[in-house]
Design a protein around this ligand. Structure first.
Ligand SMILES: [Zn+2]
Length: 462
């Protein structure tokens, strides 16, 4: 018997990836992501994970994003003590990100409980820092192509997924069935990672479909657009505030700025990276410049430039005092800070500080989910609330849509064609429009047995 149960990132959800492989000798979970989005729904999904913890023997994590790893401490809190397999870089990044997730939940609960004090409504964090640390002690790292057996009867291995540093697709061989789970897969043409590897002789493919109905802008225009914005603000003495995700997006932006600086396409403008997590993650990237995940073009650049993340001239700030001092400094300057959707973190202070002045620019470089401050600003709000206080929006808001670490629609199609699964394709990690539209595209291209699993739906693979 081989079954798969879709316990998250199914039924139109993009977050909370959890796919359970059930066999006679035990159960293995592919990814254990935190459900995010609307509070009440995600809380319910995170509190009641539809998995029998006693039967679960091992977990395999594809990459360090919280929507793929952030519920692992919930398993551990409930008694799970098996192996968690992942690549060494995913382990290194996840150690930082899981602790951060525990801290965010603590802050989030504290804030929620304060504003709901009168109604007596209270929430508890899903887990604390100790649970996150216990989770990382179960990490069991495996290099790509180093085949391993998570439980008796299953062989597993990691393929490069080209999504973020360390990210992998997971190949499983169970009772003669070859199953490939993409995790999240990157684009064919990226800023500094290699394109994803294809698996061979695959029976069943479980693929993400985040951009199943959309394409991305062409990456080759990115340097021009970036340098125009930087030079314009420099001449006016303004500030560019860039809210950015700490993993990958921040490093991509720094690398592009470094290229622009080396080729003298931008003025000498002071640059600050103001987020402790971004600073630590950039250090991991910088320590691993020879990592196989990086494209040859990036490696060549890194060797000739010697400092692709600009340590010689970028101010990497960790302490709160350094961050506060930045508020008193006058432009021109670029501030790259988290969180990526302006929902919390130091970027809020910088936005509050810059919002009055029309010389300043808020530069949006990533996806902004509905109901976030980033989304409201991107959509042209004239007035916003920050820390409960109302502000007129006088700074200009620009957005650059080239960045994405997910394969677009045509990349996804080439990927599925390249793998050409013999028995079936499961579409997960996509909103319903994206899944339906991509499923039509696959049918037009001759694929059969395409499934759009619902939340908790189970299928027999053998
Ligand atoms: Zn991801």
């Amino acid at each position: 018997m081989v079954k798969i149960k879709f316990c998250g990132a199914a039924g139109g959800d993009v977050t909370g990836s959890k796919h359970l492989i059930k066999t006679d000798s035990g159960e293995v979970l592919l990814d254990c992501g935190l459900a995010q989005g609307k509070r009440s729904e995600s809380l319910e999904k995170n509190r009641n994970i539809p998995i029998d913890f006693e039967k679960l023997s091992a977990v395999i994590l594809s990459h360090a994003h919280i929507d793929h790893t952030g519920a692992a401490p919930i398993l551990v809190k409930n008694g799970f003590s098996g192996n968690i397999f992942l690549t060494p870089l995913t382990a290194e990044l996840s150690r930082i990100m899981l602790l951060d997730s525990a801290r965010l939940q603590y802050e989030d609960a504290k804030f929620y409980n304060k504003i709901h004090q009168e109604e007596g409504d209270k929430i508890e964090p899903l887990y604390d820092e100790d649970d996150a640390i216990k989770t990382t002690s179960l990490f069991n790292t495996r290099d790509r192509r180093e085949f391993f057996s998570p439980i008796k009867g299953i062989q597993a291995g990691f393929l490069n997924a080209g999504h973020v540093l360390g990210s992998s697709s997971v190949l499983l061989e169970v009772e003669g069935e070859r199953i490939l789970y993409t995790g999240d897969i990157g684009r064919s043409n990226q800023i500094f990672l290699k394109s994803p590897e294809l698996g061979k002789n695959i029976d069943w493919l479980i693929t993400e479909t985040t951009y199943g109905n959309r394409e991305h802008g062409d990456i080759k225009d990115i340097e021009n657009e970036f340098s125009n914005i930087i030079n314009e603000v420099y001449n006016e003495g303004g500030k560019i505030i860039i809210p950015s995700f700490s993993l990958e997006r921040t490093q991509e932006i720094i690398y592009i700025i470094d290229r622009l600086k080396s080729s003298k396409k931008i003025a000498e403008i002071p640059i600050y990276v103001d987020s402790p997590m971004s600073v630590r993650i950039t250090d991991i990237f910088n320590k691993n410049l020879d990592e196989l995940d990086f494209s040859n073009e990036f490696k060549k650049y890194a060797i000739s430039d010697k400092d692709p993340f600009g340590y010689e001239y970028i101010h990497y700030l960790s302490s709160v005092e350094e961050s506060k001092r930045l508020n008193d400094k006058k432009g021109p300057m670029i501030i790259i800070s988290a969180s990526g959707m302006c929902e919390g973190g130091r970027v809020l202070h910088h936005i509050r500080n810059a919002i009055d002045d029309d010389r300043n620019i808020l530069l949006i470089v990533g996806y902004q989910a509905a109901n976030t401050l980033g989304r409201r600003l991107k959509e042209g709000a004239k007035k916003v609330k920050i820390f409960g206080l109302s502000h007129d929006v006088n700074f200009r808001v620009k957005s650059i849509d080239f960045f994405s670490s997910h394969a677009g629609r045509s990349d996804l199609l080439s990927y599925v064609k390249g793998i050409s699964p013999k028995k079936g394709v499961f579409l997960v990690h996509g909103e319903d429009d994206a899944r339906t539209s991509f499923s039509e595209l696959l049918k037009e291209n001759g694929f059969k047995n395409i499934y759009l699993p619902k939340y908790c739906e189970e299928f027999n693979l053998k």
